[in-house]
Design a protein around this ligand. Structure first.
Ligand SMILES: NC(=O)c1ccc[n+]([C@@H]2O[C@H](COP(=O)([O-])OP(=O)(O)OC[C@H]3O[C@@H](n4cnc5c(N)ncnc54)[C@H](O)[C@@H]3O)[C@@H](O)[C@H]2O)c1
Ligand SMILES: O=C(O)CC[C@@H](O)C(=O)O
Length: 405
């Protein structure tokens, strides 16, 4: 494969991929606006924070895979990718510990005013009296919004500090996450109205989506306790920054921010922000994921995703339909011979059944195989008999996808 890296990815990613016979081109200076002119001739694109707009997918001639060397995929037009059949994959969880470490760092820095104290020391000022008024974290309450990989890592660290952790009850939480939440004794509450006034700290670990953008608005901030701390190591656009600026002044809030709505995409740039410069804010430069440990894990993950892709596996893809969208599943057991599936698909096409998902697995020994085919449309009664009569087909059955038939 020909792989274009629009951001530097650490570790031995490039040498590992080249050792597997892939060609890698690294151009970390590429910006969103340059990508469309550059993408032709590449099968895969690897990005960190560089935006991938729709124009890239329109210009691409053979692009099949975009890898987000990180967690958040809000910087990639995943819908435009889906419309062109390009898979977008990410590496969830690989940088979770790093982000959680920074989150706790911001909280400690705010509580103890470590940054202001350091600035005074560097300026030759001893101010023990000024900095002896921290509130302390033991027994305080933290609300976590977004109990995913990072949210859970933050919860674990907060619990170790004796902080009571709460989050919103969510019925569709996976059994694993629910079990971990119980282990960490995370309290569940039903609404933000209940959560926000009860918390000394609110920490955001939600992805940026249409449903979360602007979540932290004036009404949200007004429900936080006076003197509370808002932590955002997720994405800048979750927060209405003008509303936060007002709340910092009028509501005695404090904030620890790693991300900003208009942060530069480049690694180095002149940039001023009233929020980042506010005295009640401790800020970092979107470096949550930027530890050597996390970057090594991400680098290894990029190679794993390419390996999986080459073997036909769409691992960690975020723009495939998450559930089965067909109306029925046909299970076709057949001898593992050339042309059998072509005949099966021809019959489906004649019956106007669109294939939504298909998998073919070979039995041990290689003599026979089984194809499971999700189709959309109603399965005509005579189709099963028709398929069952095809040469080399051993047996056919149909089940409705909702399990009714
Ligand atoms: N600062 C950094 O460098 C950095 C690094 C990694 C990730 N991030 C950001 O952190 C985000 C979270 O990362 P993660 O690895 O924990 O992802 P994740 O997918 O494991 O967790 C996100 C969680 O949010 C929940 N969620 C989504 N929408 C929700 C909603 N409307 N209400 C309540 N819960 C909702 C999901 O169910 C999931 O549990 C990423 O999307 C990314 O934007 C930032
Ligand atoms: O790659 C980075 O520097 C940031 C990554 C981070 O925001 C993520 O979503 O994983």
């Amino acid at each position: 494969m020909r792989v274009l890296f629009a951001d530097a990815v650490g570790g031995s990613t490039v040498t590992d991929l080249e050792a597997r016979g892939h060609t890698c081109v690294v151009d970390a200076a590429l910006q969103a606006g340059d990508l469309a002119d550059r993408v032709a001739g590449f099968d895969a694109l690897v990005v960190r924070s560089t935006r991938v707009p729709a124009a890239v997918f329109e210009a691409a001639d053979r692009l099949a895979l975009v890898i987000r060397a990180g967690a958040g995929t809000n910087t990639i037009d995943t819908e435009a990718a889906a419309a062109r059949g390009v898979l977008v994959a990410n590496l969830p969880g690989r940088n979770a510990a790093a982000v959680a470490e920074l989150t706790m760092g911001l909280l400690l820095a705010i509580d103890r005013r470590i940054v202001d104290g350091t600035v005074d020391l560097r300026a030759g000022r001893w101010e023990k009296k000024t900095y002896s008024a921290a509130r302390g974290l033991l027994g305080s309450t933290m609300g976590i919004l977004g109990l995913g990989a990072i949210g859970l890592e933050v919860a674990q660290r907060a619990r170790a500090f004796g902080i009571d952790v709460r989050t919103l009850a969510k019925p569709d939480r996976s059994a694993d996450v629910a079990a971990r939440a119980e282990e960490l004794r995370i309290g569940m509450v039903d609404s933000l109205d209940e959560l926000l006034p009860a918390c000394d700290v609110v920490s955001l670990h939600l992805p940026s989506t249409a449903g979360t953008t602007g979540l932290v608005d004036e009404a949200f901030l007004a429900r936080m306790r006076p003197g509370a701390v808002l932590l955002n190591t997720s994405r800048g656009d979750l927060v209405d920054e003008q509303a936060l600026l007002r709340a910092l002044d009028e509501h005695d809030l404090r904030a620890g921010l790693d991300v900003y709505a208009d942060e530069p995409g480049a690694g180095s740039a002149a940039w001023t922000s009233p929020l980042a410069q506010h005295p009640r804010v401790v800020g970092t430069h979107h470096i949550g994921a930027s530890t050597q440990q996390a970057q090594d894990a991400i680098a290894a993950g990029v190679v794993e995703l390419v390996d999986a892709f080459v073997q036909g596996e769409a691992r960690n893809c975020v723009n495939l339909t998450p559930s089965r969208i067909g109306s029925a599943t046909l299970t076709v057991r057949h001898l593992d011979r050339v042309g059998v599936l072509a005949h099966v698909l021809d019959r489906l096409s004649r019956a106007s059944l669109n294939v939504e998902h298909m998998e073919n697995r070979v039995f041990r020994g290689g003599g026979a195989a089984v194809a499971t085919i999700d189709v959309a449309g109603s399965v005509p009664e005579d189709l099963l008999a028709d398929l069952g009569g095809l040469p080399d087909v051993l047996g056919v059955s149909a089940t409705s996808i909702d399990g009714a038939g």
